[in-house]
Design a binder for this molecule. Structure first.
Ligand code: SAH
Length: 368
């Protein structure tokens, strides 16, 4: 570490400049009118931004004023690291005030035998840092720096789409298929900006990116009032709940916000979400050796979930630096899966994409 006072060590934390992706279509039109333009220029700018079509539809003389006002560069790429022969790419970004954040693109090639299409998932951040303090998560160790703006959230996906368009990802040009809010931050603690981002991502082009609501996943530690509010938004997004323990005594230590909203209340809100949306809820459970992977905890979890509209995603723990914890043994993991499935609970084990570039779940810490 350098002892020199670097400019980036003392960022001005603050509100990012306004960007087109912060605004809904009506507000965009109003913004261009305030700049002395005709309203339809708002749609042209949106088409240029979300569709990647460039600004050629806009007269050259008007471009600079419009882009300065509505398309400021929000995120500057600092570094990109790749693994899996380029199919997993972690991007480190610097925002206008110096804060750092990360996003990860994962491309899964078509596999005719598994009847799987080519698909690309982007894992994005909703906050710089995180205030939830889960002890096994790298982001949780540094605390919260600030909420990301709607446009800062959306731009992570737009940038991924641009790199797919440009053929930078092996497999040829492609489309972003899925977006998961599983990068840095607690999305439901940045509620209104995350909701606006969901709308920008799913609004049909030219107004948004035109992704399917069903292919977006919001992952939460279990902020119960916000979960209940989300159910009323009329969105078809998937909800993932980071449970990690079936009992309050253990969950209080793994997900500290459990002391405020215990397991029973979190699951009640999850079932309410499934009831309103008709969508299967994902339960995330990081398997930590000797901590939460005992057979009796598998049985307890299965009893809580059996018969519900639910799917369990087991995540082999990605150990963070300095932590004494490790992933479960293959035998313990297999037994945990077996006990859940024996009670009819749909269960899969998450692959560990990005592990070697510190880009897997819980590893995003934005160390420059
Ligand atoms: N704050 C949200 C979303 C971010 S993390 C949430 O907690 O759901 C996405 C998932 O990765 C969560 O389930 C989180 O608990 C899990 N995770 C965090 N650190 C991890 C680690 N070191 N190993 C495995 N999973 C981890």
């Amino acid at each position: 570490m350098s002892a020199l006072p670097l400019v980036f060590d003392a960022p001005r934390r603050g509100k990012p400049p306004r960007h087109l992706a912060d605004l809904d279509p009506a507000a965009r039109r109003q913004a261009v009118v305030e700049l002395g333009e005709q309203a339809f220029r708002g749609d042209q700018l949106a088409r240029a931004y979300f569709g990647g079509s460039g600004l050629s539809a806009i007269p050259a003389a008007r471009r600079e004023a419009l882009t300065t006002a509505l398309l400021p560069e929000l995120l500057t790429p600092v570094r990109e690291v790749t693994c899996d022969d380029g199919a997993t790419r972690k991007a480190l970004w610097r925002a206008h005030d110096g804060v750092l954040l990360e996003s990860v693109l994962m491309r899964y090639r078509a596999d005719p035998e598994a009847e799987r299409d080519d698909r690309t998932t982007v894992c994005i951040s909703s906050q710089a840092g995180c205030g939830m303090a889960c002890p096994f998560c790298a982001t949780g160790q540094g605390g919260l720096t600030r909420n990301l703006s709607t446009a800062e959230i959306v731009h992570q996906v737009v940038a991924a789409q641009r790199s797919l368009d440009a053929g930078e990802v092996p497999g040829g040009p492609g489309r972003v298929g899925n977006v998961v809010f599983m990068g840095m931050g607690e999305p439901l603690a940045n509620y209104s900006r995350v909701i606006a981002a969901l709308r920008r991502l799913t609004d049909p082009q030219p107004h948004g990116l035109g992704l399917s609501q069903r292919h977006l996943t919001v992952s939460t530690v279990g902020l119960v009032p916000a979960m209940r509010r989300l159910a009323e938004e009329g969105l078809q997004v998937r909800l993932a709940v980071s449970l990690h323990a079936p009992d309050d005594a253990l969950r209080d230590t793994l997900v500290p916000v459990n002391t405020r909203w215990p397991v029973r209340e979190v699951l009640a809100a999850a079932w309410a979400y499934a009831g309103v949306t008709g969508r299967r809820v994902s339960i995330e459970y990081a398997l930590i050796s000797g901590v939460n992977d005992q057979p009796e905890r598998a049985d307890h979890l299965a009893a809580l979930l059996a018969g519900r509209l639910v799917h369990v995603n087991l995540i082999p723990l990605n150990p963070t630096p300095g932590s004494a914890w490790d992933a479960s043994s293959p035998a313990a993991q297999a037994e945990f899966v077996r006990r859940l499935r024996a009670k009819g609970v749909a269960t899969t084990v998450r692959d560990t994409r990005g592990r070697e570039i510190d880009g897997a779940c819980g590893q995003l810490a934005a160390l420059a």
